[in-house]
Each structure stands twice: as C-alpha cells, then as structure tokens.
Design a protein around this ligand. Sequence first.
Ligand code: HEM
Length: 415
Amino acid sequence: MKALIQSARRAVRPLEFAAKLARERLESGISYNPTAAKIQQDPYGFYRRMRTQDPVHRSRIVDGWLLTRYHDVDAVLRNHVAFSNRTQQSLDERLVSLIHIDPPDHTRLRGLVSKAFTPAAVANLRHRIEGLVERLLDEVSGQERFDLIGKFAYPLPITVIAEMLGVPAEDLDRFEEWSNGIALSVEPILTREQGEYIDRNNLALQGYFDEIIEQRRRYPQDDMISALIAAEEEGEKLTHTELLNTLTLLLVAGNETTRNLIGSGTIALLRHPEQMRRLREHPELLDSAVREFLRFDSPVQLDGRRCLQAVEVGGRRILPGQVVLNAIGAANRDPEAFPDPDRLDIGRQQTSHLSFGRGIHYCLGAPLAVMEAKIAFAALLRRYSSIELASEPKVRKQVVLRGPEEAWVDVERAT
Ligand code: HEM
C-alpha cells in the first residue's frame, strides 16, 4: 500500500509538530493528530466531531486536508485527473507500485495484475480457502480459549496470498515481521526509527523475492510470480522494479487488510450479541453482514491523494501539491449516506461503503477478501455454539490500517 505523506526522511520534529497543531486549532477550532493514541484506539467520536465542525479540514501536520464527508471522499477518489495517487512528489522508486501511480503506467500495470483476480480465478480458490479455514480451526480444537487473530485471522489471508504468489509455505513465518514493517509505511506521520524499520523490512522482503524470482526464471511454475516474470520478459510491459514492488504490494495489501476485516468483524459481532444471534438464525444475511462489517469498522481508514489541479471541495479551495487524506472510516459513518450510522445492522440494505476505495484504484482483491471473510465467519459460527471475548482486544497502534492485534476468545464447540 502506500506511504501517504511524510516519509521518515521528512519526519516532523516534536516542537514543530505541537506548533502546527496549535495553529490548526486556532484556524479551525479543531485539530487532527493522527498519532494520538485516543484516535488510534477509537476514531469514530473524533470523526463525528470533525464532520460536524469542519468537514473539509485544513491540516497543518500533513500540509493538506482531511475530508470526512461521504460525498467529498467519494468525489475525490473518483477524480484521478485532479487527484494523483503519487502522494509523495519524490517517492523512493523502490516503493512505487500499482497503488502509487497514475495512468498510463497504472492502466498497463493494473491490466497485467488483474488477470490473477478475475472472478473465475477467485472462484477457483474457494475449495482451498475452505480447507485452510477448517485446518486452522482444527489446530485450536480442544482449546476453550485462543487468540482469534494469531491463530485464525492472521494466518488465513497470508497463506492464501502466499500460495497465489507461489511463495513456499515453509517461508511464511518470516513474512509476519516483514509485512508488519512495510504496513507501517502507510501511516501519515512516522518517526525516523519507524522509517528505518520500514526500510529494513522492505529490503529484506525484496531480497527474498529476488531469490524466488531467480528460481522461477529457471523453473517456471503455475503461480503469479512466474506469470509476472513472463510479462517482464516479454519486453516493455513490466520492469524488474515494478515486478518486485507488485509482489510486495500484493503481499501487504492481501494480508493486513483482510486480517482486519475478519478480526474487527468478529469483534463487532461479539459486542452485538443480538446481531450474532440474527446471523446464526439467518445465514442468508452473510453477504450483507460482511458489507456491514466493512462499513462499520473499515480496515483501511485513510486513503491519500495529492492534488494536481486546483479544485473546490465543500467550499474550500484545494491547491496543487497539497495532500488530501480521505477518511474512509469517517465517510462510512456519515449520517447523510447511512441512516443511524453508528448502529451495527447486519441486514442493512444501503451499504455502498467506501472501504475498497472508488474509481480506477478500486481494490483488485475485493472479491477475494469478501470470499475469505464469508468462509471464515460461516465456519466460526458453525463450529462454535458460543464465542465470547475473554478480555479487551488489543488494537494496533496505527491510524490507517485499523484492526485488532490480539483478541482472546472463549469458545464452546457446537455439538
Ligand atoms: C478487507 C480487505 C481489503 C480492503 C479493505 C482493501 C482496501 C483497499 C483500498 C481502499 C484500495 C484503494 C487504494 C486507493 O484508492 O489508492 C485498495 C487497492 C488495492 N488492493 Fe485492496 N483491500 C483489501 C484486500 C485486498 C486483497 C486480498 C488484495 C490482493 C490479494 C488487495 C489488493 C489490492 C491492490 C493490488 C490494490 C491497488 C489497486 C490499484 O491501485 O489499482 N486488496 N484496497
């Protein structure tokens, strides 16, 4: 995914940071600090205040804007002519991938990668995912308490994407640290140490992929790495850097987000037992339930753009060069778009959520993520007659990729 604004190389110093926040409060009566623990733990109260007081908010910290209304976020994400996905003007080329680029390069690269995500290709994975879900639950069978994230929501998507790419199963353990490290790069504000941690993990992962690419060049297999190498070798279609960055993007995008959907979705159900009962009694609601989990607690909370042409949004003028943070999580709770937005309603009909983005960068893996989540929720409810939180889940200290790091549950097996 993408480093949204300041990279570690341009980290903001603490004094400067406080001064910028104070100026922002003076100008707007409210300020946005994406590093605040309160916002990272639960952003929705803050989003509500921001949407009411200053929906197109001038952020001094990000030298840009924070948008919290559904209509505005939707319009900016659709407008790839005025808003670029190259959020950093001088982004390190080693990090540039599909999600960071604009047409025509984006069109070429997306055309290549999307072949792996056709409805038929995704449908072919169904049996494999069902088998994997059962195996993961078998591994904790006999345990009355386990960490739903570590044992289930984490290993499922990473195993699926690694298999699609063609990464050997025995190497998966090495991926967790790399993937976590790189996922941090999407945060709007980073310390220098965090930046170095990201770089280290990125280098390690790319070194690993380099080795696999060399092996696959010699012995191609029926996997995505081999398919992308074939495209690279056919000529100008894909450069080696693009190949490496695409693999990194798919690993991180396919893993961090779906884990959050399964983790946060299960927690939402556990906190709303009446909705859990409803889903057990009406399994036909699974489709709308997964859409509602995506809306209610969006796995990707912010989606960044850089303005290319001056544009008016909600009466404010956004200028070229400025960053726009589209708060998907806030837009998904906008009462103008969703009646009673803070209520979890797994039968909600009107669920045109923005969680997979909009426009030309709309998530390529959306059908895969939804399929994984549906299989996962159905299996959990089938296998356990009772699931309860054993303790308060630990939410990740991040503002963009939102989800639980740990969630211990007490379970009773269905007879
Ligand atoms: C619940 C799970 C997921 C969520 C919430 C999610 C969210 C998103 C969002 C918001 C974007 C748009 C970014 C933008 O506008 O710049 C995106 C793009 C993307 N996602 Fe996902 N994603 C999920 C799962 C996946 C999976 C499973 C894969 C692949 C295995 C994947 C691959 C991608 C790719 C390749 C892009 C870039 C598309 C482009 O730039 O054209 N995602 N995702």
